[in-house]
Design a protein around this ligand. Structure first.
Ligand SMILES: [Zn+2]
Length: 86
């Protein structure tokens, strides 16, 4: 399901949240041992506790900055856990 379909991501609150997460991380991936950083790599503000699992939407404490690889891994794992396969 494409993320763009979720109106949440178009909300100004989400933009402010992702900017706060980005600033706090200094533009660097926060996955342990990862050295990828903006602007060499595209970065993603990620909810540590997914919104569909009851995570806080706009609390920067529930955010982390991830590179594309770590973001896909984390998203896939969260989906598997939710489906009962994790
Ligand atoms: Zn990474």
């Amino acid at each position: 399901m494409p993320k763009q379909a979720d109106p949440h991501y178009a909300m100004p609150e989400h933009k402010a949240w992702s900017a706060a997460v980005f600033e706090r991380a200094g533009g660097r991936c926060q996955a342990p041992g990862c050295t990828k950083a903006w602007p060499e790599h595209r970065m993603f503000a990620d909810h540590i506790a997914e919104r569909s699992d009851g995570g806080a939407d706009f609390d920067p404490a529930n955010g982390q900055l991830l590179c594309g690889a770590h973001h896909s891994t984390k998203t896939a794992r969260a989906r598997a856990v939710r489906a009962g396969r994790g």
